[in-house]
Design a protein around this ligand. Structure first.
Ligand SMILES: [Fe+2]
Length: 357
């Protein structure tokens, strides 16, 4: 049990003891799950702190629901993480890319996405609390998102596999950037920033040294920080000069970076991140590919807490590609409903966001 400030109360927490109002009357019994209604009553009753159990059970329940719609299996996500970590370790030590393992990770994830791609989607990503392993989880996530955006854009077969490989390798050049610069919890100096920016050049060099000849793969690695309006790096290329792989990977890269916790910032919600990317279409990003983000993640991404027009509360567990404002929602202490079938119910409010892997 822990006692927390009522301001920190979140959906999914459960009261660890009876809670009484100022007159001593019990207003909520032990084991009451917190939802927006309970929290509102507690606030009204002048309560400032509450005793809660931990949140694990609710998240596990939501995880079970989302996995029914997962575009990548949990097993392959975990295995992919383990393998890419070992690829990076070898690369950091020797400069060698274990290309067999890279192809193995990319084809497994690509096949999962091709097999599971449907109207009702959940996109599982690997988000970590530790900063030192960010590069590994980020590489895996950018590959998953890029592959999805590729499918949305009609890329298939070997070209899709090349895109997945390019996305998985997009930041390999960071293994050549000193660790103090990589993890600096502050703004970089101009000189440090230039070294950091060079990671795209280092990445291209590593590809060439390792005999990677696929032009698309190398272009994705080299151009993922170029921007539509020419304000990116390393060359300041504009729209038509940037390869499709470079453009696709740049969107996946920004999506994953903004929704992650970094040493210098907390995570943005998927909703805020997608809004940011869409508001920068034709400035930083190519609209043809940015649209794929909404298709894959929905207007209300998985984990978004909402209030419904019938007074119930719930959490989004899958998006609906054919009806983006009507996703699948797990009702608190109830079943999952598909809003595209329950036409009389609608979302009236977005409340909060819970990260679900
Ligand atoms: Fe990068």
């Amino acid at each position: 049990m822990k006692v927390i400030s009522l301001n920190k109360a979140q959906f999914g927490m459960v009261l660890a003891m009876d809670v009484r109002d100022t007159t001593g009357k019990v207003i909520f019994k032990k084991n009451t799950p917190l939802d927006e209604k309970v929290i509102a009553v507690l606030k009204k009753s002048g309560i400032f702190t509450i005793p809660v159990k931990n949140q694990k059970n609710t998240i596990t329940g939501l995880q079970k629901e989302t996995q029914k719609y997962g575009v990548v299996s949990k097993e392959h996500l975990d295995l992919g993480f383990k393998k890419i970590k070992s690829v990076f370790k070898v690369l950091e030590d020797s400069g060698n890319i274990d290309i067999d393992t890279v192809v193995d990770i990319a084809s497994t994830i690509k096949e999962d996405i091709e097999k599971n791609f449907s109207d009702k989607l959940f996109v599982p990503l690997k988000k970590l609390q530790t900063f030192d392993e960010y590069l590994y989880s980020h590489s895996l996530n950018v590959m998953i998102i890029s592959t999805l955006l590729g499918v949305e854009a009609g890329i298939i077969g070997d070209e899709l596999l090349s895109l997945s490989i390019s996305a998985l390798l997009h930041d390999i050049g960071k293994t050549k950037v000193p660790i103090e610069i990589m993890n600096a919890p502050r703004k970089l100096t101009q000189e440090e920033m230039q070294i950091m920016r060079n990671h795209v050049k280092f990445g291209k060099e590593l590809c060439i040294q390792n005999n990677i000849k696929d032009i698309g793969i190398v272009a994705g690695v080299y151009e993922h920080h170029e921007r539509f309006d020419g304000k990116g790096y390393l060359e300041g290329k504009t729209n038509e000069m940037i390869s499709d792989f470079g453009k696709l990977i740049s969107i996946a890269d920004v999506y994953d970076a903004l929704t992650s916790t970094r040493s210098y910032k907390g995570p943005w919600t998927p909703y805020k991140t997608i809004s940011f990317i869409l508001s920068n279409v034709e400035k930083q990003f190519d609209g043809r590919f940015a649209q794929g983000l909404i298709n894959a993640f929905g207007v209300y991404p998985v984990g978004t807490r909402v209030k419904l027009s019938n007074g119930q509360f719930g959490t989004i567990v899958a998006s609906n590609r054919s009806n983006k404002i009507r996703p699948l929602i797990k009702i608190d202490r109830g079943d999952t409903i598909d809003l595209s079938e329950e036409k009389t119910i609608r979302i009236v409010e977005v409340l909060d966001y819970i990260y679900i892997e």
